[in-house]
Design a protein around this ligand. Structure first.
Ligand SMILES: Nc1ncnc2c1ncn2[C@@H]1O[C@H](COP(=O)(O)OP(=O)(O)OP(=O)(O)O)[C@@H](O)[C@H]1O
Ligand SMILES: [Mg+2]
Length: 263
């Protein structure tokens, strides 16, 4: 089944189009990596699919329905979480919020079945051992995994993740990537993941979409991550390099990191 279908989709802020004329489709169970430079429209596209932004023309369907009608099967993890870290919530409480946040903070009591589900979700992301620790005291990679566990609480069919690897060091990136891989293989949830550094995610991306205010390229990773395509968006310093059977994509954001690490 087609998970997301866009036909001539143009997304506006007021009169001004932020993204123009997108046509693409994502099959159920596929993982799409969404790439593009700052301001390309990645967050805008994710928020529109998540029914959080409604100013668009053209066609946009999520499992055959409008994003708003499909919102119950969509989970969205924003670029930066909006949790107030002064409120001392445990990891389990943050995950449970994925089910009960609609009840409001003043009534925040976790029903036993939700608690059990939240603990299971924490176990799934490999964090059963920190379930009683305060969220604010966790490492960046652990926090991101808690947020993924929270996003799984509503049993989504479509998971939209905005920059889940940003601001993480390489080992935390590997931890989060392993969880994303587990979600893909064990849950078969369709995912759209935006990223500045595509390299850690290349193993799990079935499709890559490159945007810059419009669709630049869409296809299998090796079809999109070609030197000429990358250069057309990120400039002449950008490169796609093949090392053995592995493809690396070097854009402005990853250049320094890879110079140090070596692909
Ligand atoms: N609420 C808003 N009102 C008006 N314009 C907006 C709004 N949010 C984003 N934009 C504009 O839409 C364009 C796309 O922004 P968006 O945040 O989607 O890009 P992005 O690819 O996610 O960038 P980044 O890599 O920095 O996260 C930008 O030109 C931005 O200024
Ligand atoms: Mg963004």
């Amino acid at each position: 089944m087609t998970a997301v279908k866009a036909e001539n989709l143009t997304i506006f802020y007021g009169e001004k189009p932020a993204l123009e004329g997108l046509t693409f489709s994502i099959d159920g169970g596929e993982t799409l990596l969404l790439l593009g430079p700052n301001g390309a429209g990645k967050t805008t596209l994710l928020r529109t699919i998540a029914a959080l932004h409604g100013e668009y023309s053209g066609k946009l369907l999520v499992f055959g329905r409008s994003p708003y009608e499909a919102r119950d099967v969509i989970s969205y993890v924003p670029q930066s979480h909006s949790l107030n870290e002064r409120v001392p919530l445990t990891a389990t409480e943050v995950v449970a919020m994925g089910s009960i946040y609609k009840m409001g903070f003043l009534h925040f009591r976790i029903p036993p079945n939700v608690l059990e589900k939240a603990e299971k979700a924490l176990g799934f992301v490999g964090l059963g051992h920190v379930k009683s620790r305060l969220f604010r005291e966790l490492s960046g990679g652990q926090k991101q995994r808690v947020l993924l566990a929270r996003a799984l609480m509503s049993d989504p069919k479509l998971l939209l993740l905005d920059e889940p690897l940003s601001a993480l060091d390489p080992s935390a990136r590997a931890e989060v990537t392993a969880v994303l891989n587990k979600i893909k293989t064990e849950r078969a949830i369709t995912m759209v993941i935006t990223t500045h550094d595509v390299n850690p995610l290349l193993g799990i991306g079935d499709r890559v979409m490159l945007i810059n205010k419009r669709l630049i390229a869409f296809g299998k990773p090796d079809e999109v991550l070609r030197d000429d395509v990358i250069k057309s968006v990120y400039g002449p310093m950008a490169r796609a390099v093949q090392v053995g059977n592995k493809l690396f994509c070097i854009t402005g954001d990853t250049h320094i990191f890879h110079r140090g690490e070596g692909p």
